[in-house]
Design a protein around this ligand. Structure first.
Ligand code: NAP
Length: 327
């Protein structure tokens, strides 16, 4: 699979990576550890060399599973994330950064992730949420640089909030970020306008998360769909999330039918088409989905008329965002 350079770093990652929130053993359908390890093995066998995780996924469980599965695979690139100390994923303008990401907290959580992952170095370390009001703050950055100098992390990143793609732009401009993780998909095209130009100008890598809008683009849901017990999407009733997703996806289906692509291929190809994106990280613990997502990387770019139709839907407000979960 083609590898793309992560911004100005010397890290090269497969353009399709693996999102591992689905391997957290809690809020997505629970499987056994052996099944999760098998999913990671399928990803590696399919030429994926990049896994995204977070300390928060199963409260360290997902990192520990990855640590076990990647014994003997030290060249596989891992990104992990530091959770906010106060456990609030949507900081308000008046929120104080020291309640979320104090230097001590960053160092302490990084050490825990290193232990979980059984590694001496985490390739990419993200802060797991952000706040535009922290544009003048630098203590978090100094803590990250110290970790970098100690060889404990390689690249410094922020995972920006859903619908808040541009909130870390001032830190991009100040040269503090190697990489930003953002929601970017057919339903959420805003980063193309508010984040990517800045990232491109400063050669900052982009990790595109939620390519299927948490499953909506690939699942044939109806507005009354019932999620299995324990699936976090079933708890998400705010803002008519499910009904709106279904309505938006109906606008995309006829466009997919005009191509020979499945919805999943159309969704991934839309993202990979943008040269600013370094890697897209579909989340899955299912072997056939992982293989199918990888196979999309080899397909040709989307025809210009299909791209334009998808972009027009967003410009007309017919698709208008992916989800509302907070972080
Ligand atoms: N704030 C943050 O930093 C943040 C927030 C959310 C997510 N993330 C990261 O981004 C990754 C991806 O986001 P996401 O998982 O929320 O959303 P997503 O990738 O848009 O959707 C995941 C869903 O799509 C299904 N799926 C995957 N491949 C498929 C295929 N080929 N055909 C049909 N269904 C398919 C998965 O089910 P199966 O398991 O059955 O395949 C799962 O239910 C996460 O795993 C995580 O690493 C980060």
């Amino acid at each position: 699979m083609n590898k793309r350079q992560l911004g100005k770093t010397d890290i090269k990652i497969s353009e399709v990576g693996l999102g591992t929130w689905q391997l957290s053993g809690d809020v997505w359908r629970k499987k056994t550890e052996a099944e999760y390890i098998q999913a990671i093995e399928v990803a590696l066998d399919s030429d994926i060399n990049y896994l995204d995780t977070a300390l928060d996924y199963g409260n360290g469980y997902c990192e520990r599973v990855i640590g076990k599965a990647l014994q003997g695979h030290s060249s596989v690139v891992i990104s992990s994330k530091i959770p906010p100390q106060c456990d609030d994923w949507s900081p308000k303008p008046q929120s104080k950064i020291e309640d979320y990401f104090s230097p001590d907290w960053i160092v302490n959580r990084c050490e825990t992730s290193l232990k979980n992952l059984q590694r001496e170095c985490i390739d990419i370390l993200f802060l797991h949420t952000w706040n535009v009001a922290w544009g003048h703050c630098t203590e978090w950055y100094e803590a990250m640089v110290k970790l970098q100098e100690q060889g404990k992390i390689r690249a410094i990143g922020i995972s920006v909030g859903d619908r808040r793609a541009s909130e870390a732009n001032s830190h991009i401009e100040a040269g503090r970020l190697d990489v930003v993780q953002t929601v970017y998909n057919i339903l959420e095209q805003e980063p193309e306008y508010t984040l990517f130009p800045m990232a491109q100008k400063h050669q900052v890598g982009i990790i595109a998360r939620c390519p299927f809008s948490s499953g909506a683009l690939v699942s044939n849901w109806t507005a009354s769909h019932q999620f299995p017990e324990g699936d976090w999407r079933g708890l998400w009733t705010a803002d008519d999330w499910l009904a709106k997703q279904v309505e938006m996806v109906e606008q995309i289906k006829p466009i997919a039918q005009n191509t020979d692509l499945s919805m999943s291929a159309l969704a991934l190809k839309y993202i990979l088409n943008h040269p600013t994106v370094t890697s897209v990280i579909p989340g899955s613990s299912r072997a056939e989905h992982i293989r199918s997502n990888v196979s999309v990387a080899a397909l040709p770019n989307l025809p210009q008329n299909i791209l334009e139709k998808l972009q027009q839907l967003w410009l007309d407000g017919k698709v208008h965002g992916t989800y509302n979960g907070g972080a």
